[in-house]
Write a protein that binds this ligand. Structure first.
Ligand SMILES: *Cc1c(COP(=O)(O)O)cnc(C)c1O
Length: 376
């Protein structure tokens, strides 16, 4: 919570939940990444928060952009990024979207299998491709599963296929899982990447780049290591596995760039008990899973919640959203301690809400409008 956000909310008169993002915090985050990883280019993961104000600020600071669709490419271009500063990092692309991206000037693509290489070779000839490898996501609070990437043992074949089809086999990428709380989580993947570099070199293919992905955490309830700890741990692993032939590197922070910059103001709609001897209260807010808090799925992300009564005694409650869908419960398995005095109409502040909220809000489920957002 910053003074600028506090001031903005004091003057706000409209009804309904809203996200307020302080762009000064985004700027500080960008500079912290640039400082902690000085030889690494930053490709902001647009999906975390694609607000034009965020993209414009980052473009002006010199950031590059990782995009997952033609629409995101167009947003990054509109914000002032030139095509050479944009990657199409989704491994699952329609061929006609690759063709459109190529027309827009994009020359850097992610692949994780031969079929995807063939699409890129057909409609984006001569482009650079990097092969994404699987990563187990251990230590991440929002792991990314096996949906993206191939086993490292297949990567050489994928890159060799690209080379044969006239593409530039450019490097290797991975993602260690989002909200990764272990700064050493990059080590294993970097060891695999170095092996792929060696195997490709033996076949006459010189790779250039390692894409270290995202995963840098935002502060929620638990403390997190500082970005410097990630920078030095990654640098140590690069030295250990690549010796003095350290490749070009890029990072793709999303959550770590914008998560701590945003606060959602919401309102208590109802406080009730389900039976006379119920020990746990139900607290219903005017925001829930469909209003932008989708990352509470399986109670994965636990947001800090502040109220004006935080000095009072706390008591566990089940926290739920306002829609008529029984899945719209935020915290139940692990109830959330909130002041006993919390009352209908009270405002609550949900911190660390700058990433993965606005774009996860439904358009009009149950007639609730999507999450309003202000980037100040
Ligand atoms: C979502 C995504 C990111 C951002 O991940 P964070 O954990 O939010 O930093 C980076 N790279 C790719 C390819 C992604 O899909």
């Amino acid at each position: 919570m910053t003074d600028r956000i506090r001031e903005f909310l004091r003057n706000r008169r409209e009804d309904g939940p809203c996200l307020v993002v302080d762009l000064d915090v985004v700027r500080d985050n960008y500079l912290a990444f640039a400082h902690a990883l000085p030889d690494t280019r930053v490709f902001y993961a647009v999906k975390a928060n694609p607000a034009p104000e965020v993209l414009k600020l980052l473009a002006s600071l010199g950031s590059c952009f990782d995009t997952a669709s033609v629409a995101e490419i167009e947003m990054a271009l509109a914000a002032g990024a030139t095509p050479d500063r944009i990657s199409f990092g989704n491994t699952i692309k329609k061929e006609r979207d690759v063709a459109r991206a190529f027309e827009l000037g994009i020359r850097l693509y992610a692949v994780d299998c031969e079929a995807e290489v063939e699409k890129v070779a057909r409609v984006a000839p001569g482009s650079r491709v990097f092969c994404r490898i699987l990563c187990d996501g251990a230590g991440a609070e929002w792991p990314l599963s096996r949906k993206f990437g191939c086993d490292p043992s297949l990567a050489v074949g994928v890159l060799e296929h690209a080379h044969r089809l006239g593409l530039e086999a450019y490097g290797v990428s991975f993602h260690v899982g989002s909200q990764q709380r272990n700064p050493r989580a990059w080590d294993q993947a970097l060891a695999s990447a170095a092996g792929i570099f060696r195997d490709c070199a033996e076949r006459g293919i010189g790779l250039s780049m390692v894409n270290l992905g995202g995963g840098f955490p935002a502060k929620y309830l638990n403390d997190i290591p500082a970005v410097e700890a990630y920078g030095s741990s990654i640098f140590d692993s690069l030295r250990a596995h690549f010796g003095n032939a350290i490749p070009e590197t890029i990072i793709e922070p999303g959550r770590g760039m914008v998560g701590n910059a945003g606060v959602i103001e919401a309102e208590v709609v109802l406080v009730s008990r389900k039976s006379a001897d119920d020990v746990v209260r139900w607290v219903y807010l005017d925001i829930g899973k469909f209003g932008g808090l989708a990352e509470t799925m399986e109670e994965a992300i636990r947001y800090p919640i502040r109220t004006e009564r935080d000095g009072d005694t706390l008591e566990d409650c089940i926290l739920a959203g306002p829609t008529c869908d029984s899945a719209d419960v935020l915290y139940e398995k692990t109830p959330y301690p909130l002041p006993v005095s919390l009352a209908i109409g009270d405002k609550v502040l949900i911190e660390g809400a700058g990433a993965y909220t606005t774009t996860y809000a439904a358009v009009a489920f149950n007639g609730f409008p999507p999450l309003k957002a202000y980037h100040i």
